[in-house]
Design a protein around this ligand. Structure first.
Ligand code: SAH
Length: 352
């Protein structure tokens, strides 16, 4: 659903541009076959079906959690690389698509499954936006309740290292003739690529920014999130300063809780100190994520320690939520997306 391509193909075929726009609007609603677009002449529908597949990739399979709140698809891109993409429902009737921006990832965060794959390729804008299209189709076909209201760039890969394609996909998702979503319904998460944060500040000011912090001490963060060596905490803090000087919007700090490693009182104190220097504390919101199992050498923090960590922050006036770990049973939770090496097999999949 690259609108420019559709319109140029229509031009080559001698069809008026308005028909192309009409088609794109219909398809973005989640229609799977051109035959359903009855506003187009039959001959054109047939030709489209033969020459222009609706999706730019082929979905291989979908796994669904037993309670139906999380679905994960394995998808083959047309040049062979594969990715995973997730649809999840944090609240009944509300759905978020969690899209991948790269196949694999170069950043090798020590606790993340995607990092085990290494980097394979940058996705095109079409491959990114088509994950939303795929989930709209799936949502419609499976008659799931409610609507897909949000898109989070929190699947495989580092969105800030594929910024141009990410930005173009945002333009399509927010275009009224395509998906018509608001920038505020979209969130981009970064492991802390400072030039990317600066571009988001300047170019995508209404998109929510999430930063994967995970530690507020350079030595520890450098071990967990190696890109910290290129963009240390101080550089990150300054980037947030530039963000807050332009945008009066909340930034989310993700913090994965790893037993003994970054979940002790000392770590909570470091975090509080860092947050107080990084910006107005009412604009910084901490999302604690209890570590989801991956083939890496870490342990999840227990419930009680997670609660204590949260309380420590709350008592210092910091806003915190513990993120629900949706999709663990299908290895579709944060940090569990992987294809090939690093996959945890022997999982009780409820395969559709
Ligand atoms: N590369 C970007 C986008 C990925 S978002 C980023 O790092 O922000 C995925 C989120 O899940 C990130 O915050 C990541 O650090 C976190 N994560 C990775 N592995 C995890 C795991 N095993 N358990 C919980 N969260 C994890």
């Amino acid at each position: 659903m690259n609108p420019d391509r559709v319109i140029s193909i229509f031009r080559d075929w001698g069809e008026p541009a308005y028909r192309g726009r009409q088609l794109i609007g219909e398809i973005c609603k989640g229609i799977e076959s051109y035959q359903e677009v009855t506003t187009l002449p039959q001959g054109l529908r047939d030709r489209l079906g033969r020459e222009m597949p609706v999706l730019s990739f082929s979905p291989d399979r979908v796994l669904s959690s037993a309670d139906g709140s999380c679905h994960k698809a394995l998808v083959s891109l047309n040049k062979g690389a594969r990715i995973e993409t997730v649809l999840m429902s944090p609240k009944p009737g509300l759905w978020s698509a969690c899209v991948s921006s790269q196949a694999g990832c170069a950043l090798a965060c020590s606790f993340c499954a995607t990092g085990l794959m290494g980097f394979r390729k940058n996705l095109t804008a079409e491959e990114i936006a088509d994950q939303v299209l795929f989930w709209r189709q799936y949502h419609r076909r499976s008659k799931l309740a409610g609507k897909i209201t949000n898109v989070v760039y929190m699947g495989m890969g580092e969105p800030m290292l594929n910024f141009d394609a990410v930005k173009e996909s945002v333009a399509w998702l927010t275009s009224p003739i395509l998906y018509g979503m608001a920038q505020r319904s979209l969130s981009i998460s970064t492991a802390g690529i400072v030039p990317g944060i600066d571009r988001l500040t300047r170019e995508l000011g209404q998109v929510n920014l999430a930063v994967s912090l995970h530690a507020a001490d350079d030595e520890l963060r450098g071990r967990l999130v190696p890109i910290n060596r290129a963009y240390p905490l101080d550089a990150l803090k300054k980037a947030l300063g530039r963000y807050f000087s332009k945008n009066n919007r909340k930034v989310f700090l993700e913090y994965v809780l790893l037993a003994q490693e970054n979940d002790q009182t000392k770590h909570a104190q470091d975090l509080v100190r860092w947050i107080r220097r990084a910006g107005p504390i009412h604009l910084l919101h901490v999302n604690l994520i209890v570590w989801n199992p991956t083939a890496t050498a870490h342990q999840a923090t227990d419930r009680e320690s997670a609660r204590l960590f949260k309380e420590h922050l709350i008592s210092r006036g910091i806003q915190v939520t513990i993120r629900k770990n949706l999709g663990q049973e299908i290895a579709g939770a944060c940090g569990q997306l992987v294809v090939g090496r690093g996959t945890i097999s022997k999982k009780p999949f409820n395969e559709r």
